[in-house]
Design a protein. Structure first.
Length: 147
């Protein structure tokens, strides 16, 4: 076999192998935003969060803003667990790691951070739904709900 023929056969083999490699690489979907293989949480729209609140029975709504932000207005029945206070140990206010947790903040940034940290701590049903700025439902303040 001449040198040109061997060289051409090598290129042809490479060109045939390349699409197969690309198909294998594309076969696995990347994790959705906010998810990794080990520590995942789900991101949903506010509408989906409301639907979960209407259909699920054992859940907590978790406001991860600072205490002063929470006091100025929050979703009814939400508990306050500031993002800055979620560390390497499970927060006392969230004792059940298999309970559905619906996480929100002001705009959606801290809620994503908090959801990721909670998932990394072993919480299995973490759902992040953005910020109170976009919330169209009722909002209560400390003076209104008596807390």
């Amino acid at each position: 076999m001449s040198l040109n023929r061997r060289y051409s056969a090598g290129w042809i083999g490479t060109l045939l192998l390349l699409p197969a490699l690309l198909l294998c690489a594309c076969g696995k979907e990347p994790a959705p935003a906010g998810e990794s293989a080990e520590h995942s949480f789900r991101q949903v729209s506010q509408e989906e969060a409301v639907r979960l609140m209407e259909t699920e029975s054992d859940y907590l709504i978790v406001d991860v803003r600072r205490a002063d932000e929470y006091a100025s207005g929050h979703i009814p029945a939400a508990i306050n667990v500031p993002n800055e206070e979620i560390g390497e140990e499970a927060p006392e206010a969230l004792p059940e790691k298999d309970q559905l947790l619906l996480i929100y903040c002001r705009s959606g940034n801290r809620s994503k951070q908090a959801a990721g940290k909670l998932a990394a701590l072993g919480y299995t049903r973490v759902v992040e739904f953005g910020g109170i700025l976009d919330w169209e439902g009722e909002i209560v303040s400390e003076t209104e709900d008596g807390t």
